[in-house]
Design a binder for this molecule. Structure first.
Ligand SMILES: [Fe+2]
Length: 262
């Protein structure tokens, strides 16, 4: 049985002190992620959590395919125009700061951003994030409130062959469960199987635990060139992670590098 636990020391994951530690990913191929805590908890984060969980601050699921940090800041000020300035201004700055760090680390000038406020669902289980061919590979995720991202230690993964076998089966089951849900009949077998897969991932060593990112932390992590997805590559080339399966509406920011410096 896999249980969630807070992480202490995990091979492949560095607990950094400042966002500058994201650069360690470029230097050390044995690292798949760097987790950077905020340090002192800023008071606006509590106000933000209350607004998002109460659905008084809502950001519909949005993808910005290619933006600079400055362009993102402009978008964020518009998107947050209806929110209290005490939250909107520091939030826009904080998110733009993560973009700036990804840009610096990747040696590029633009990123793809996915941002939304939503309650977690069972739709998306353990996965790896990918980038287009020949893109830089270090991106970031930040969850601003509610349950945080879950992940596994590289040393706990039996192998990428085992992981992709699991992923392929889970993706099929997830689609089947969605079809069964839309059919609006009695629950089929897919959802029960999906829950069993999520509760006991077959690609993990016996006794392995699922880790959870601490609250108020940003994760800088390795993305995979999409051409290598489904291939048997080193486990440290990816960060295997998932959203929690249930809980309140959360504000989530995903940042992926895109190639080129203009
Ligand atoms: Fe992801």
């Amino acid at each position: 049985m896999v249980s969630s636990s807070r992480n202490t020391a995990v091979a492949g994951v560095l607990h950094g002190v400042t966002a500058a530690d994201a650069a360690r990913l470029a230097a050390d191929p044995a690292l798949s992620a760097v987790i950077v805590p905020d340090g002192r908890r800023e008071p606006w984060l509590q106000e933000l959590a209350e607004l998002v969980s109460g659905e008084r601050l809502v950001i519909p699921r949005t993808t910005l395919p290619s933006v600079t940090p400055d362009e993102f800041t402009g978008w964020a000020h518009t998107a947050l125009a209806g929110s209290p300035a005490s939250v909107a201004a520091p939030l826009a700055d904080a998110m733009a700061g993560i973009l700036a760090r990804v840009v610096d680390t990747a040696g590029t000038d633009k990123v793809m951003v996915r941002v939304f406020t939503e309650a977690p669902t069972r739709r998306c289980g353990f996965h790896v994030d990918t980038v287009p061919p020949q893109s830089p590979t270090v991106g970031a995720v930040r969850v601003y409130n509610g349950p945080t991202t879950e992940y596994v230690a590289c040393e706990d993964v039996l192998g990428m062959g085992e992981f992709y076998t699991y992923l392929a089966r889970r993706e099929r089951l997830s689609r089947q469960a969605e079809r069964e849900r839309r059919a609006d009949g009695p629950d089929g077998t897919a959802l029960a199987e999906l829950c069993a897969m999520d509760g006991n991932p077959s690609f993990l060593r016996p006794g392995a635990v699922v880790r959870r990112v601490p609250a108020d932390a940003t994760v800088f992590f390795r993305h995979l060139d999409v051409r290598r997805h489904w291939s048997v590559h080193p486990v440290t080339d990816v960060w295997i992670h998932r959203s929690p399966m249930r809980g309140m509406a959360r504000l989530v920011l995903n940042v992926s590098p895109v190639p080129g410096r203009g």
